[in-house]
Design a protein around this ligand. Structure first.
Ligand code: FES
Ligand code: FES
Length: 166
């Protein structure tokens, strides 16, 4: 018999958007489901569940990752950031979010949290990316609504604004 019985839940401790949490997950539970269903982080969207659409993207220890391709138990002792962490405590949007609003870079908004987190990762690593670099990053996400132009324009607007809070 394996050390962890089938269906048994194990504790997972992590920091989500600055707050320490402990939840319980079966060993096969996806991080996306853990964040949504156990920790209540419904800003993590779930679409394809096999790494294609990108809407479940979060930052794991500062690196953009598909939470549907990560097991909850793999996130033990990590720091997770989701789109909810981007605005200030009083609800003021950061430069990237404000640029999304300005450029109508979202319609239904289903893809938006994941795109925001991938662009946040990009802008932290490369504060002045080229438009081609932004297109390359956004190409890892599926958006059925916007046609992408507004998303690219918003990202470049945030780049030009210096985006200090991304
Ligand atoms: S739900 Fe994770 S990539 Fe689509
Ligand atoms: S805004 Fe609807 S999927 Fe992107």
């Amino acid at each position: 018999m394996s050390e962890i019985e089938k269906g048994a839940r194990v504790p997972v401790q992590l920091v989500l958007n600055g707050t320490a949490h402990t939840g319980f997950a079966e060993s096969r539970m996806l991080l996306s489901d853990f964040l949504r269903e156990v920790l209540g982080a419904t800003d993590v969207h779930v679409g394809c569940e096999h790494g294609v659409c990108g809407c479940c993207t979060v930052l794991i220890d500062g690196v953009a990752a598909r939470s549907c391709l990560t097991l909850a138990v793999q996130a033990e002792a990590t720091t997770i950031e989701t789109a909810s962490s981007l605005a200030s405590a009083d609800g003021e949007l950061n430069h990237l979010q404000a640029a999304f609003r300005k450029h109508h870079a979202l319609q239904c908004g289903f893809c938006t949290p994941g795109i925001l987190m991938s662009l946040t990762d990009l802008l932290r690593r490369e504060p002045e990316p080229t438009r081609e670099r932004v297109v390359d990053v956004v190409s890892g996400h599926l958006c059925r609504c916007t046609g992408y132009s507004g998303i690219i324009d918003a990202a470049m607007d945030a780049v030009n604004a210096g985006s200090p809070k991304t």
